[in-house]
Design a protein. Structure first.
Length: 569
């Protein structure tokens, strides 16, 4: 029986590349035995002196793929961790790297198309295929599997042997980065949270067990349950990493972890750490600050077209006060950073007072607050006013002193940006009045107030279209004067959204821009409800209306909109 079509094409390609002469080629082509692909490879390598890479190059030309030698290729473990090891072994593929919307993957079998579909579904990225030798792929998968991150279960089992229920944890037991399962567990929790895109890690002691939860896209998800005996050790480890006092368990403490000091992986993040004494022991919450994460451009923040136009006009003003309000984790800091990035130029002097500094911005002078030494927002503001700034950002207006200086700065030729904790934009006026700021000072200094929230985006891959009925239809018609096809999340989800039905978040905004009518109402000390009506007459879209706009555009769901803001009365 003659060679198969593929094997014949490989032999012809070797002849064209002058790696085989005509006599050898003819001899191989007329072999009576039925050679499989592996048998042909062995024949060419052993009897005709071809190297593995030259044979790989010939195959790649036949299959229209680029070749790659994996023997000296160092695979990034961060890339490998994004792909299930079982899938890689089953299809004999190795992910090599990600560039933009593409993932580069080495294949042993050029006809393996199921893996292409699985990878695209799991990552949402287009696959660029390279051809590699099968044994090199097997070696890489075996090597990287053995060097894979330690699984939670293995570490917990090892901890069970090392720490007893009543055993005290000594600081020296938790300081050596190369030893001890508790060290591995602490690192593993942070690494896993970072990989899953969590914003916060909650370590919470219970009566019988220790709970670890991640906040992903604004929703807390239970990740791990650990034996109660682990609680003291894991809390002590995180406190050591934060340079906190592990002997003090009665008072809350705040610290910071610079994580690259504790891992060999390429993860450059800081964690803002807060401990608190709870009824079953100390609890810890850690906010992940990704230092490699850049600020988003303004159009990517979720602003509607008219709100974006109005906001961009406001931040170009030479002086006045711009306030952002909303709860913790509503995207206020990201919006302010994006605004500063947009207006930043060599002609402007920009100073920021932050607690903590979440992102480092090129060309902007940032100051970290430190209450222990008396460096507060108020004292930083006073210092800035003597440093000839054009634009000042204050992390938060918390008290009357800071509010007074902020208003003073806005009235004396500076553009001041800050945040405040209120539910909506009109409520900010009452909050400032409660702090003791005179209404005429507020109306004279204020440019705009932007209230915001973050809604989960419905997964575009598995969302379900439907026509709203009943209350849902009434809500969207009342908010927008529109009805039509909208989307709900798929409760089963898909690989793209990890089975959740949602992926990522989008901002909703309530932009109250100052106007002559609003100035008069503030000076007359009108109620918040009246201020809201005046602002809406002047073009303000409420948080509820903007959330319904996101539903109309297919970005989120009515369920998610109502979970974030109530309907307007």
């Amino acid at each position: 029986m003659a060679l198969g079509r593929i094997q014949s094409a490989i032999v012809k390609q070797l002849l064209e590349m002058k790696l085989l002469d005509a006599e050898a080629s003819e001899k191989i082509m007329t072999l009576s035995q039925d050679l499989t692909g592996d048998a042909l490879d062995q024949l060419l390598l052993k009897e005709y002196g071809l190297t593995e890479f030259r044979l790989l190059v010939a195959k790649s030309r036949v299959f229209g793929m680029n070749p790659i030698s994996l023997s000296r290729f160092q695979i990034d473990p961060d890339v490998l961790e994004r792909f299930p090891m079982e899938m890689c072994r089953e299809h004999r593929v190795v992910p090599l790297g990600m560039v933009g919307d593409f993932v580069v993957v080495a294949f042993a079998n050029p006809f393996e198309m199921n893996a292409v579909n699985e990878i695209q579904e799991a990552t949402g990225l287009q696959v660029v295929r390279l051809l590699a030798n099968s044994h090199e792929i097997d070696q890489k998968l075996k090597k990287d599997a053995s060097a894979e991150k330690v699984e939670f279960g293995d570490v917990v089992e090892a901890i069970g042997e090392e720490f007893g229920d009543d055993q005290d944890v000594k600081a020296e037991d938790l300081e050596d980065e190369e030893s001890g399962p508790i060290i591995q567990l602490a690192n593993r929790i942070v690494e896993d949270a970072y990989k899953e895109g969590a914003s916060d890690i909650h370590v919470e002691p219970g009566e019988k067990e220790l709970m670890v939860r991640y906040r992903i896209d604004g929703v807390c998800q239970e990740k791990l349950k650990l034996p109660k005996k682990v609680a003291g050790a894991i809390v002590a480890r995180f406190k050591i990493m934060s340079n906190l006092d592990i002997a003090e368990r009665r008072l809350p403490q705040d610290g910071r972890i610079i994580f690259k000091q504790y891992t060999k992986k390429n993860i450059d993040i800081d964690l803002r750490v807060s401990t608190a004494p709870l009824n079953h022991g100390e609890g810890i919450v850690m906010r992940i600050l990704d230092k490699e994460k850049s600020t988003l451009p303004m159009p990517a923040l979720g602003f509607s077209e008219d709100n974006l136009l109005r906001y961009r006009n406001v931040i170009q003003q030479p002086y006045g006060m711009i306030l952002h309000c909303g709860p913790t984790g509503s995207g206020k800091s990201m919006t302010l950073y994006s605004a500063l990035n947009e207006i930043n130029s060599p002609e402007l002097v920009i100073r920021t007072a932050e607690d903590p500094i979440e992102y480092t911005l090129a060309g902007i002078n940032q100051m970290q607050m430190s209450r222990q030494i008396g460096l507060t927002f108020a004292s930083a503001l006073r210092a800035f006013l003597r440093q000839d700034p054009d634009i000042i950002l204050v992390g938060e207006i918390r008290d009357k002193e800071t509010a007074n200086i902020a208003v003073e700065a806005a009235l004396t030729g500076h553009l001041l940006l800050s945040t405040l904790h209120t539910n909506d934009a009109p409520g900010t006026i009452a909050r400032l009045t409660d702090m003791g700021i005179e209404p005429f000072m507020i109306s004279s200094s204020l440019l705009c107030v932007c209230a915001q929230r973050l809604m989960r985006r419905v997964c575009k891959k598995c969302r379900v279209a439907y026509e709203p009925e009943g209350r849902e239809k009434d809500l969207i018609e009342a908010a927008l004067g529109w009805s039509g096809t909208i989307y709900k999340h798929n409760p089963r989800g898909c690989p793209n959204c990890n089975g959740l039905g949602y992926r990522g978040r989008v901002g909703i905004h309530e932009l109250m821009q100052i106007s002559d009518e609003l100035v008069q109402a503030i000076n007359d000390e009108k109620e918040t409800a009246e201020l809201k009506k005046i602002a809406m007459r002047n073009g303000m879209r409420t948080l509820h209306q903007d959330s319904m706009l996101k539903v109309k555009e297919g970005l989120s769901t009515i369920e998610e909109a109502l979970a974030n803001v109530p309907p307007d009365l």
